[in-house]
Design a protein around this ligand. Sequence first.
Ligand code: GLU
Length: 447
Amino acid sequence: MLDSTLQGTYDQVLRRNAGEPEFHQAVREVFESLELIQDRHPEYQEHGILMRMCEPERQIIFRVPWVDDQGVTQVNRGFRVEYNSALGPYKGGLRFHPSVNLGIVKFLGFEQIFKNSLTGLPIGGGKGGSDFDPHGRSDGEVMRFCQSFMTELHRHMGEYTDVPAGDIGVGAREIGFLFGQYKRLTNRYEAGVLTGKGLDWGGSLVRKEATGYGAAIFADEMLKARGSGFDGKRVVVSGSGNVALYAIEKAQQLGGVPISASDSSGYVVDENGIDLQLLQQIKEVERGRIHEYADRRGNGARFVQGGSVWDVPAAIALPSATQNELSEADARTLVKNGVEAVSEGANMPCTPEAVTVFREAGTAFGPGKAANAGGVATSALEMQQNASRDAWSFEHTEERLTQIMKNIHATCLETAEELGRPGDYVVGANVAGFRKVADAMIAFGVI
Ligand code: GLU
């Protein structure tokens, strides 16, 4: 049970947003942390901050018609939730996946507000996407879908207004088609209106790697804070998309041994350590299935159909697939197998019950809004480069990313300490992220 003010607001959120369980989950998790600061900040209540923060500034839903390769007309639904612009233009990715609905976009947009605030960079929170499934679609179909999507969305965008990027199902190919159509419709080469662009046309080095790198760096910081490290330890990673691939790469560079990857069909375990080049070839280049890794690697790698990747014993876990992929039972298995640190590469991959298990066991737990903030932070660095018509080196950009992740880690730790909850990164991330946005909203008056 939450305290009465928070409970009242939460009840209103439930009433107003019926049937959106992921959104409710994201709000509740933040509210549980805010209980700790209720008494210290009467001004938040006085200015209606909580209710305003839960209500998106603008929600756009639109039809996306397109014609498939057979000449059949298809209709998808497009979304953009412009959640909060107190700290900067709306910023957050687009997700193309059949599971996308308004509740999913709102949960992601709500998380994004606090994540973006934690980066310390001037970006507000937003998220969008569509229930379109790029899997199995030709390049031509993906292009026509993206052009139709952008034909509607472009009127809501702008480098000072709303700056989308990628997320699940939206990578460099999709960003290319989206940017091309934006450029054509507006007749402006407004590079800073989209991030995750290709390197030849306004993209930033390290952006592709940033989310996964950041999640591994955050794990390393949590381990170091406990006098530990990757130190040749086994690392279990879920997913095999952009986040997972580069979490594996950075975990290897930091001295860990990543031994798994997964997709919706199952997972692979490679006791010798994941061969990243092979995994990239199968997943990034060929867009194939995960079992092909085991088929081609030989050497004791095995594919497990279905099942839970969290059954694989490891000292460090980097959940990098999707929301609610790691259950309470999975958390118990990880704890039983001696997991030291869990760093969320995906958005909200651990269920609330799983997070409770980690907290009670004393596992270092890095919530996504802190641990995976490296992606959007590097998007903000891409915007900086676009604004100054510059292109930074890999080393410089990676150094900035690393420093940002270290700062986020330190901010979370200090805030948790201040609130009498040492080592609680969930509380630290929620409260530190929230305060900056709340204070800016108070400064602006009731808008
Ligand atoms: N989709 C990513 C996230 O969840 C990145 C967003 C961005 O770069 O704007 O933070």
